[in-house]
Design a protein around this ligand. Structure first.
Ligand SMILES: [Zn+2]
Length: 118
């Protein structure tokens, strides 16, 4: 299950940064291209967090829209349906600029907020 392994990855990252403090909130940035189902992710996170410092922590998801960047002119644009060609110069040398994120943005622990290292 996609969301199950992602939940495990989130938990590992958070536990590493939490030290021995109890975590109350985990903020995630998830790119649209990851095709994550938020409810499913929350469900699995709650499951894998049982018995850890993250037990009972709230999961907050920010979805990052997918965008491409043209390597020729550096234009960035958001995509709905993948159209891998630059609308301005027609260049086909494009790279995914955003939309592939899956990162822990920050966590809150009982004493103080802690910004996760990327
Ligand atoms: Zn271009």
């Amino acid at each position: 299950m996609h969301e199950l392994s992602l939940s495990g990855a989130v938990l590992n990252t958070v536990v590493k940064h939490a030290g021995d403090r109890r975590v109350s909130l985990v903020s995630l940035r998830v790119g649209r291209l990851r095709q994550v189902v938020p409810d499913t992710l929350e469900f699995y996170f709650e499951f894998v967090a049982r018995g850890t410092l993250c037990e009972g922590a709230r999961l907050e998801l920010e979805v990052v829209e997918a965008s491409l960047r043209c390597e020729e002119c550096e234009l960035e644009w958001e995509i709905e349906i993948p159209a891998f060609r630059c609308p301005t110069c027609g260049g086909a040398e494009v790279a995914v600029a955003t939309g592939n994120e899956f990162e822990v943005e920050s966590i809150e622990v009982e004493e103080a907020a802690c910004i996760a290292q990327k």
